[in-house]
Design a binder for this molecule. Structure first.
Ligand code: UD1
Ligand code: UDP
Length: 375
């Protein structure tokens, strides 16, 4: 019997959430003789990408090093398109795999399309049906959905959204979200080597006896008034002596400036640098509540049974809301404070949301994706 030549799979990613959701796919493909695996990182996020590469043990084959301080969407996209194109010309892959809805993912898909290279989309079919919430991700993922030959939908809801856009059902596969693979992997690593996540010990001691709220916020559509309202809500919640908030601040200068101005020096607020993935998993584990506008955190928190208040007007991840473990609270300061206060003061309300469930995946998504790519 003749052996099929391995297919060349080129994975393009560049931000923290893409790296977290792609590393299980890289691991699965690399362990499989059916593939020649090439990784191309754009480094749209330099520091936060490198944190993930280090823990996942990935040394990229191509590193485009494209992050610029306070980069604009058009400048970033133009650079991504040109530089990813050069890598595609050199590597001539059979497949380009992109994840999610970032500028890197959109430009990676477009550069592949310009060369008629097949695109596979991990985390396909998420839709808020509002092109300005989240912005610009809703349009990025629609562009990728138009181009992709294989759509790896995390959930049945996402698959249905693609079918509603007349995507060929034979090209849509419900694989689960690889973020759950990543979370299981990092949880196992921490169990084997607790020192990987021990760096919060000082904060845990400083806030001993208090209820912990973990916070993240970075969305472009929240810049300005939205972020200021989020900061005001945190200031108000931090006045409670029984509460402390731990907030790893996204390095985007538009986020930093607002949060530093409003929150620096408050005794019950720890504004800290972005945590590496094991330490963020630890923050999830020790928090009573998560307050976030992040996509990934909305998926991880339900898996760990953590109530999550989503500081956004819309979500493309309705599964947590439908199950009652996530609640959309928008960016009105009074509403955020009221919802968090209910969870802090009403044990029944907290218990009703603190129910571990896995609507986003079972931890075996990457293996399914590898099999589907093998064809
Ligand atoms: C990007 C994605 C967004 C994703 C988010 C996850 C786009 C358009 N946006 O948004 O979909 O949800 O990442 O975090 O693709 N910076 C650093 N160090 C880092 C990372 C960022 O200093 O490690 C700063 C830089 O000044 C950079 C800025 O943050 O210019 C913005 O980064 P960018 O990737 O353009 O946008 P995000 O808001 O991070
Ligand atoms: N995360 C992390 N360290 C942090 C904050 C978040 O490792 O300090 C992880 C988190 O567990 C999730 C992902 O980063 O998997 C979410 O990334 P982000 O919020 O930047 O982007 P989004 O998911 O909104 O696109």
């Amino acid at each position: 019997m003749t052996q099929r030549a391995p297919q060349t799979i080129l994975l393009v990613f560049g931000t923290r959430p893409e790296a977290i959701k792609m590393f299980p796919v890289v691991h699965a493909l690399r362990a499989d003789g059916r593939f020649r695996v090439v990784t191309c990182v754009t480094a749209q996020h330099r520091g936060m990408l490198d944190q993930v590469l280090a823990i996942a043990g990935i040394v990229p084959d191509h590193d485009l090093d494209l992050m610029r301080p306070n980069q604009t969407l058009d400048g970033l996209t133009a650079a991504l398109l040109t530089e990813i194109g050069k890598v595609l010309d050199a590597e001539k892959p059979d497949w380009v795999v992109v994840q999610g809805d970032t500028a890197t993912a959109m430009a990676g898909a477009l550069a592949a399309y310009y060369r008629k290279i097949a695109v596979a989309h991990v985390e396909a079919g998420l839709r808020s049906h509002n092109i300005y919430h989240p912005w610009p991700e809703e349009v990025n993922r629609k562009i990728i959905g138009t181009i992709a030959a294989l759509h790896f939908a995390p959930t049945e809801t996402a698959a249905a959204a693609l079918r509603a856009e007349n995507v060929d059902p034979a090209r849509i596969h419900v694989t689960g979200n690889t973020v759950i693979d990543a979370l299981h992997w990092v949880t196992d690593r921490i169990a084997a080597q607790p020192a990987l996540a021990s760096g919060l010990a000082n904060l845990e001691a400083r806030f001993a006896g208090k209820r912990l709220i973990g916070v993240t916020s970075h969305r472009r559509e929240n810049f300005g008034g939205g972020l200021e309202a989020i900061a005001e809500a945190i200031r108000t919640l931090a006045q409670r002596p029984d509460v402390a908030l731990i907030f790893p601040v996204h390095p985007n200068p538009n986020v930093r400036a607002v949060m530093d101005a409003a929150l620096a020096g408050l005794p019950n607020v720890a504004l800290i640098e972005p945590l590496d993935y094991p330490h963020f998993a630890r923050l999830l584990a020790i928090s009573d509540i998560m307050l976030t506008d992040s996509g990934g955190v909305q998926e991880e928190a339900p898996a760990l049974g953590k109530p999550v208040l989503v500081m956004r007007e819309t979500t493309e991840r309705p599964e947590g809301v439908a199950a009652g473990t996530a609640r959309l609270v928008g960016t009105d300061a009074a509403r955020i404070v009221a919802e968090a206060t209910t969870l802090l003061d009403n044990p029944a309300a907290h218990a009703a949301m603190a129910r571990a469930h896995n609507p986003f995946g079972d931890g075996h998504s990457a293996a399914r994706i590898a099999d589907l790519l093998a064809g």
